[in-house]
Design a protein around this ligand. Sequence first.
Ligand code: FE2
Ligand code: FE2
Length: 474
Amino acid sequence: MIDYTEKIPNNVDLGRDRVLQRALEHWQPAYMNWWYDMGPSESHALEVYLRTATSVEPDGWAQFGYVRMPEYRWGIFLQPRDAARQVNFGVHKGQPAWQEVPGEYRSTLRRVIVTQGDTEPASVEQQRLLGMCCPSLYDLRNIFQVNVEEGRHLWAMVYLLHRYFGRDGREEAEALLERRSGDADNPRILGAFNEPTPDWLAFYMFTFFTDRDGKFQLCALAESGFDPLARTCRFMLTEEAHHMFVGETGISRILQRTCEVMKEHKVENASDVRALGVIDLPTMQKYLNFHFSVTIDLFGSDASSNAASYYTTGLKGRYEETKIEDDHVLQNAEYPVLEVSGNKIIKRHVSALTALNERLRDDYIAEIQGGVDRWNNIIEQAGLSFRLTLPHKGFHRAIGNFAGHFISPEGEVLTKEAWDNNQYKWMPSREDHKFVQSLMTGRVIEPGKFANWIAPPIRGINRQPLNFEYVRFN
Ligand SMILES: [Fe+2]
Ligand SMILES: [Fe+2]
């Protein structure tokens, strides 16, 4: 169990390392300042029914109760150590997993941890205004849960920086609180984390698509030969599952509500659907196209020497590395990637090592497709013929082989002119954003009530009823 009487709850025996403990206690007030500044707007006095991690045991790892978010116990929790664990891939395969940072990989490893760490506060910043227009108390509680856990994920990465990287690590930890999502001078590191999350549809899309990018990155880092990183990421994945659940069910509930209204009023036309105060299906498709495309950019270039060296050196593995049956070295293996040749997209086999980003992206897309299929079931069961589809991998890409090309959702190579003429048929236009925004007027905070554009969930949180007071405004 985790000791909550300590200033920083932890299961890493922080009390025995006074220097580290002091360094983290020094960082803590800076973190709180960041939370007061950039955490959810006007939320500090609210009492929120939150889960807090209390153990790393798979069953019963969390407890639920009312907490004011600034009093949330952000702690440092690592999965227990397996003394027999080895480096499972790359040139060091078969050696005992590293308990300290190998000197030659120090700066690379630090960069990997900083890049992951930077996404955690970024998403809190992106979402900070959404509580002001929540569709229900249930949803308000969920976004706050996601926000406090992203805060904890930042703590997880900062612990690694402080514990294993000395002075540079402490400097990086401070910089993590200084960058700001979307800031012109000091932005967050990765593109998708500088995009605004302006409305709840964008929030659910973000938690479905972008938090799942987080899952796949964490899964790859959970394979790391650097054991403390692997153990940290394993426990973060436990929390991450809820974030993706919020996204998938959020979109499901919007679809369900839209379909109900379409059937009840026998309307199909988007403007008639909108007139009834629900989100039309073509707009759902446009948001999906946007979020999918900016998120798959996060996996990086199709051909990447960095990805190859992260793998070869044992720092970052593949998704479910130890379940894959091959040599885990990949020196002679190949992997297919797509590229544009003239006005066609062609497949080319390249070294599997340089294609590791692409491979992780493909694993991700396969899981995403499952979610889209479940969304389509809802539309199908309503007896409507509309179907959501994932756009082509090359659609609206800014990184990798498709950057600089214009690819339609169907995968045709277009001229810039054709793209310009059609892009707002495929992605949300200013009017689409304005329409969705027009639904987000004020908070719905009466227990058990839901905004008109979204259906209630099937069940409440922690077996509580739907009309439970998930957030108390005192
Ligand atoms: Fe996270
Ligand atoms: Fe997350």
